[in-house]
Design a protein around this ligand. Structure first.
Ligand code: ADP
Ligand code: MG
Length: 292
């Protein structure tokens, strides 16, 4: 195709709320064979609601549990964090401003020292590594909900359940991509159960891979490239930056995503409307004047 056609495609894409950073990405988008989606904040709104908060021992009352949780989450940019800090504030609990040794374990959780106590918050992977649930009175079933486990000085002290919602256009967008002949996969750091719910809502014919670390997501992208060819990744940049960088076309969620992701991505979705992605593929294919 001609360079002129590519430039036209880019500005048409910008008009529909999609910034494609250069003709080579437009061409790649036209030829994409596989596309991977991050779950939280990408296929879902990432607008979490706290639906349950439970302490394990009576001495660690809900008030303190929430204080420790919000103190750590206040330093995190994960979509879960905002919901927890707001929930605490609604109960009059302000996060500590003196958290020490704050650490992020990507795809697993966070930790830090609050008032001399080591607090850890994370998913089932963390809970099982710490053996928090063995001999526990709690048999927690993660059915379509995201569970966070909380430990203090290595001891399991509580958990919370957060609900998130699939974006209303997610199923349409994915089904349209499939009609375009693109293999769609969901890659998530969340549990199998949470991934399964997404599969039920979008379609049984999408592939889902759960409990992935950021490196795990990156490896899956490499596998997709080997199996299908040109592979795109759609993510919000939180725990999926390596996968975005490894893909042939990195598509970042503009509004919901992290600023760095939007800057480094090949394509930025300014409206967060996932339907713009199959529309962009269509536009890319027609502006290159070929049907792939
Ligand atoms: P996804 O791939 O669905 O976007 P992430 O990779 O961002 O999910 O996160 C994976 C999991 O790690 C989350 O489902 C959560 O259980 C845990 N996690 C990550 N960050 C935090 C945090 N700030 N607080 C609690 N848990 C977290
Ligand atoms: Mg995410």
């Amino acid at each position: 195709s001609t360079p002129v056609a590519k430039v036209c495609g880019l500005s048409a894409a910008a008009k529909m709320g999609l910034i494609i950073k250069g003709g080579s990405h437009l061409e790649a988008l036209a030829k994409v064979k596989a596309m991977a989606f991050d779950k939280t904040g990408t296929l879902t709104e990432g607008a979490f609601q706290v639906v349950e908060l439970q302490n394990v021992y009576p001495q660690e009352d809900i008030y303190h549990l929430l204080y420790w949780i919000s103190s750590l989450e206040n330093l995190s940019s994960h979509p879960m964090a905002k919901a927890l800090v707001e929930y605490a504030r609604l109960q009059g609990i302000e996060p500590s401003k003196e958290v020490k040794d704050f650490k992020i374990v990507p795809g697993e959780g966070i930790s830090g020292n609050v008032d001399g106590r080591v607090i850890e918050i994370g998913n089932a992977k963390l809970a099982s590594a710490k053996r928090w649930l063995t001999n526990s009175q709690f048999d927690i079933k993660e059915e379509g909900i995201t569970v966070g486990y909380v430990g203090m000085d290595n001891r399991f002290i509580g958990y919370f359940c957060l609900g998130d919602q699939i974006r209303e256009e997610a199923a349409d967008a994915v089904n349209e991509l499939q009609k375009q002949g693109i293999h769609v996969t969901v890659l998530t750091g969340d549990s199998k159960a949470a991934a399964r719910i997404i599969q039920q809502q979008i379609g049984e014919n999408i592939e889902v891979k759960a409990s992935l670390s950021p490196e795990g997501k990156m490896k899956k992208i490499a596998e997709l490239r080997e199996r299908w060819g040109l592979t795109a990744m759609v993510g919000d940049g939180i725990n999926d930056a390596p996968a975005l960088a490894t893909s042939d076309v990195g598509i970042a969620m503009g509004v919901a995503g992290s600023a760095v992701a939007t800057e480094t991505a090949d394509v930025a979705l300014m409206s967060n409307d996932l339907r713009k992605i199959p529309e962009a593929v269509k536009l890319a294919r027609s502006s290159l004047g070929k049907v792939y």
